[in-house]
Ligand binder design. Structure first.
Ligand SMILES: Nc1ncnc2c1ncn2[C@@H]1O[C@H](COP(=O)(O)OP(=O)(O)OP(=O)(O)O)[C@@H](O)[C@H]1O
Ligand SMILES: [Mg+2]
Length: 330
């Protein structure tokens, strides 16, 4: 069991209003192979082209390949150098991507998988990511709902959840959203009996028959009504951004609003739906040519949809940090 001393750590709910700071974004979604890395790469390019200084972080510790989606060779320095203290500052591991204003911290190559990273190493990475001197840090997450993946997701001011129109992806995304919310409660709750209830909720089969965040809040409210209200407020503040990828039909296009409605109805969690990206051969062709879709320029419906998503993310970044409305880092 990992040690849970969070005292020196800043999750977004701990760092509101703390002056100038880096805006942190993450792309997750539970399932593998659904386009998380692709979106991260292209969103990074879009934000950098919008005059922001952006550092991409390949936080897929078990299978980093963000450099490939950017058309880069494997960078010579990466997160392992920071973890292994060969690089003194995390900034020393940033590699230029060829896109102005866009740097990359490549994923660690010598962890066998995110499950193997030590708790203290993870906390050091998480803490240091917040200090990177840039406007925006955008993290590409691995698949699954391990604590390591969830903690990177929860570090972000805005977490994007990616989903494709397949039942397996839907299932994984619901699990991801639910797990991330429970994990955020687990970080915030200091009282042992309530921590136990949250941990129980994380198990599929549990004594209190908790199956959704609603159920959890009901159980907690019965034990302590004020606490129940507090959890409800935390639930309202938990608003992942939803993106649907690989859309192939009109029915698929309706998935985003449907998922949003289902999440609100059954979980009580509000998602912000940012839009969809079509299944498009030009997307995987770009990967094969070792380039990013947005790097080559040109116009297409798919490129416009990525820009549409990027512009909505940009709006949220500026809401959080109005100084970035002018563009470049101050
Ligand atoms: N909109 C799309 N249209 C066509 N192909 C796509 C689209 N999105 C993703 N792909 C294909 O899916 C592949 C997997 O995408 P990507 O590597 O971004 O997924 P991932 O979610 O990061 O996977 P992992 O969890 O394994 O890291 C891409 O290389 C590309 O070929
Ligand atoms: Mg990936």
């Amino acid at each position: 069991m990992e040690s849970e001393n969070q005292s020196a750590f800043d999750f977004p709910w701990m760092r509101r209003g703390s002056g100038r700071r880096t805006v942190v974004l993450a792309v997750g979604g539970g399932k593998g192979g659904i386009g998380k890395t692709l979106l991260t790469a292209n969103l990074g390019i879009a934000l950098a082209r919008s005059a922001l200084k952006v550092v991409l972080v390949d936080a897929d510790l078990g299978g980093s390949n963000l450099h490939t989606c950017l058309g880069m060779e494997l960078p010579e320095v990466n997160l392992s150098d920071f973890v292994g203290r060969r690089a003194e500052r995390i900034e020393d591991t940033i590699t230029e991507t060829g896109v102005e204003g866009l740097g990359l911290i490549s994923g660690a190559q010598d962890f066998l998988g995110s499950a193997n990273i030590k708790y203290t190493q993870k906390m050091r990475i998480l803490r240091t990511i917040l200090t990177i001197d840039t406007d925006v840090v955008l993290m590409d997450l691995g698949s699954g709902t391990s604590f390591n993946v969830l903690d990177f997701f929860l570090l972000a001011d805005y977490g994007l959840v990616m989903m494709v129109p397949e039942p397996t992806s839907l299932e994984n995304s619901y699990r991801f959203i639910k797990s991330a919310f429970y994990r955020s409660l687990r970080h915030r709750e200091k009282s042992e009996p309530f921590r136990k209830v949250i941990e129980e909720a994380m198990e599929q089969r549990n004594e209190h028959h908790i199956r959704t965040p609603y159920d959890l809040i009901r159980v907690v409210s019965r034990m302590d009504p004020e606490r129940g209200d507090m959890y409800r407020a935390w639930m309202l503040a938990f608003r992942p951004l939803l993106v649907i990828n690989q859309v192939r039909s009109k029915d698929d296009e309706e998935l985003g609003p449907a998922v949003r409605a289902a999440c609100r109805k059954y979980f009580g969690i509000d998602l912000d739906y940012l839009g969809h990206i079509a299944y498009d051969d030009s997307v995987w062709r770009a990967v094969r040519r070792r380039t990013a879709l947005l790097a080559e320029g040109g116009e297409s419906a798919t490129i416009s949809s990525v820009w549409g998503i990027a512009n909505q993310v940009l709006e949220r970044i500026r809401e959080l940090e109005p100084r970035l409305a002018q563009g470049a880092a101050g």
